[in-house]
Design a protein around this ligand. Structure first.
Ligand SMILES: O=c1ccn([C@H]2C[C@H](O)[C@@H](COP(=O)(O)OP(=O)(O)OP(=O)(O)O)O2)c(=O)[nH]1
Length: 169
């Protein structure tokens, strides 16, 4: 449930960001609404980039950041572009590592039927900052049993069919 109280701005994660020369005049990534999970990313292309159907391109964003240890940034598609134009992030979600200091890039691909033009300042993707876990392997002879066991890949049924394809009630 979304709390009624206004979010506490002081609870926001502080992240260092730098504008790069090619990002001059563009907005830094920002949240479109009060509870948006992702910040919209603007294209920092100097000239329009035409993506032909099936083509991909690395689109610059004009900024770099330094995430705190334990956090990653995920580059995700925008649903409106995907639905209307077939434009999505090819490696979605793209991963920005906490130790990456280069320009954030967006790998767009055109899965649509028509050429799509990326203009400077166009909001092409969104960035979600998320905590992640790093593991220390604990090598074991056997694994603790579970109700699922090794079942996967549709073992619980899809559209009424079991993994054996014979169907189930
Ligand atoms: O959509 C993306 C994905 C990655 N990166 C940057 C940040 C990330 O930290 C770095 C490396 O990304 P990744 O680990 O996905 O790439 P790789 O192909 O494994 O290359 P590398 O050997 O540089 O890690 O590239 C982006 O700017 N946008």
């Amino acid at each position: 449930m979304i709390p009624d109280a206004k979010p506490d701005a002081s609870a926001a994660l502080a992240v260092a960001v730098t504008r790069l020369p090619n990002g001059a005049g563009l907005d830094l990534p920002s949240y479109a609404t009060e509870h948006s999970a992702g910040m919209d990313l603007s294209a920092a292309v100097s000239d329009p980039v035409v993506l032909e159907p099936g083509a991909r391109a690395l689109i610059p964003t004009g900024f770099a950041l330094a995430l705190p240890a334990g956090y990653e940034a995920q580059v995700r598609p925008r649903s409106g572009l995907a639905l209307r134009h077939g434009i999505t992030v090819l490696n979605s979600p793209g991963t920005i590592d906490a130790d990456y200091r280069g320009e954030v890039g967006v790998i767009l691909v055109n899965h649509g039927e028509r050429p799509f033009t990326v203009e400077r300042g166009m909001r092409i993707a969104q960035l979600v900052i998320a905590p992640y876990a790093r593991v220390a392997w604990s090598l074991a002879e056997t694994l603790e049993e579970s109700a699922r066991g090794a079942g996967g890949f549709g073992s619980t049924g899809t559209d009424g069919a079991g993994a054996d394809g014979k169907g189930r009630d």
